[in-house]
Design a protein around this ligand. Structure first.
Ligand SMILES: *Cc1c(COP(=O)(O)O)cnc(C)c1O
Length: 460
């Protein structure tokens, strides 16, 4: 038996005996402590559940396979911004998932992961001419954000033939969710062509009639904080516009609808809710024409694929009391949980407590602050949170942090980017593989102008 076959068999066993995600997480924390993945020398790490990522990708594909007409082209393009890590994209690629990118960096990451141009979608709201030229040369799908960008693309497609499918992004203006900063379908959102503004619908119809090569329509109605109902309304508005354009064109000019991502994640328990399957079934019930085989489908989920697969694990360096409140000073704060620290009401995270051996800590719940290492008072992962009383040398885990957290470093206080490790268990052994090495001190100094730039200001 070759190595790959052996590996595949192990993978199958692993999936079968994987247990639930909370059990896998507790096993991984214990093993991370025992194996020194986390500890005094590496006081904060990100952990990614490889079994969970594979399962989430499989659930996503099955969810839409179950509702589309057989043979319908479906591309699930993972939103790279949710977890911009090459090994993660490669893992998703092997599970049949492509990439949605929104910057030269994200495109570079997707290409390094070997994602095919035909499985890649470019969506950023501020693409430069060079980015557009590159995408069109590679044959990557491009969604134009606005009329000026479309005019740029006009010039480019006239000067060089392209295999890129091109579409327009609309803002269905269905309203915002509970978190303003990530609501992309408000009346005044910066994204896409605002569908309900005066004259916009006519402009859109004409834009397609004038450009036979414009074959896609895209909307992404927002992320965390949107209800399933609002997402369905955004997709319905997009579908209805596509139908109207095709009717006016007298042919099936729009052949693919890109419904974006944005499935909200449940941050309050281990339950996956809503599931991609629930969303797909609701689309089937409410927008059946989208899935009846006349349109190809693109999705761009990010958070819903990765959030629940990640755990931010940090050591408790000290505990103290202030004003009667117990405080645990840990190594996870604003540098790895930026949104939660700056907007705690919008982005609360569950915290799990572990003892110095990495075993779940038990005991009566006591309200305590879980603080980060940064030098400002608001650097708290959780405030007055009821938890078993933490002690020096314990570990705290911030749960559901696989998307938009530890891979999104914020270099306040020049705190180092932590290492990120994938984990999987084989029989009773948990194995780790570095997805991203921790940033070294030398790297921090060099990135702070400590190299060739060292004397840059002396002679000005
Ligand atoms: C951020 C983003 C996504 C992914 O959103 P999630 O909430 O992570 O699913 C998809 N498409 C576009 C255009 C985005 O900006």
């Amino acid at each position: 038996m070759g190595h790959d076959e052996e590996h595949d068999q192990e993978k199958t066993q692993d999936l079968r005996g994987s247990g639930d995600s909370a059990t896998r997480r507790d096993q991984a924390v214990r093993a991370a402590v025992e194996q020194g993945v986390v500890g005094p020398a590496a006081p904060v790490v990100g952990l990614l559940d490889v079994t969970g990522i594979r399962a989430a990708a499989a659930e996503l594909r099955a969810a839409f396979d179950a509702v589309v007409e057989p043979g319908t082209p479906v591309l699930h393009a993972f939103a790279v911004k949710a977890a911009p890590l090459v090994p993660v994209l490669r893992l998703l690629r092997s599970a049949g998932i492509g990439a949605e990118v929104a910057s030269p960096g994200e495109l570079g990451i997707a290409r390094a992961a070997g994602i095919a141009p035909s499985d890649t979608v470019l969506d950023s709201p501020a693409k430069t001419p060079a980015e557009l030229r590159q995408a069109l040369a590679l044959g990557i799908a491009v969604n134009a954000d606005n009329p000026q960008e479309l005019a740029r693309i006009d010039t480019l497609v006239q000067s060089a033939p392209t295999g890129s499918p091109v579409g327009l992004r609309i803002n269905p203006q269905i309203g915002g969710g509970s978190i303003g900063a990530v609501s992309t379908a408000t009346a005044t959102s910066k994204f896409g062509v605002p569908l309900c503004d005066p004259g916009a619908r006519d402009w859109l119809l004409q834009a397609y009639l004038d450009r036979p090569w414009l074959t896609r329509l895209h909307a992404h109605s927002g992320s965390q904080g949107m209800t399933l109902e609002m997402m369905v309304r955004g997709v319905t508005a997009t579908y209805e516009l596509a139908e109207e354009i095709n009717e006016r064109a007298g042919r099936r000019q729009i052949d693919t609808i890109d419904i974006g991502g944005g499935l909200p994640v449940n941050f309050s328990s281990d339950e996956v809710s809503p599931t991609h399957a629930q969303y797909a079934r609701r689309l089937k019930a409410r927008v059946p024409g989208l899935l009846d085989g006349r349109y190809g489908l693109v999705t761009e989920f990010g958070r819903s694929l990765l959030a629940k697969q990640g755990t931010l694990l940090a050591r408790v360096e000290y505990v103290k009391k202030a004003g009667g409140r117990p405080i645990a000073l840990t190594h996870a704060g604003v540098q790895v949980a930026t949104r939660t620290v700056y907007a705690p009401a919008s982005w609360p995270l569950r915290i799990a407590a572990y003892d110095p051996k990495g075993r779940p800590r038990t005991g009566p719940a006591v309200g305590q602050d879980v603080a980060g290492p940064a030098c400002f008072a608001g650097d708290l992962l959780a405030e007055n949170r009821p938890l078993p009383l933490l002690e020096q040398g314990d570990y705290v885990a911030a749960l559901d942090t696989g998307a938009y957290y530890f891979a999104h470093h914020y270099s306040y206080n020049s705190l180092a980017r932590p290492g990120i490790y994938g984990f999987s268990s084989y029989a009773d052994e948990v194995r780790f593989a570095a997805v991203r090495e921790p940033q070294t001190l030398d790297e921090i100094v060099a990135e702070a102008g400590g190299g060739a730039e060292r004397d840059a200001l002396r002679h000005l």
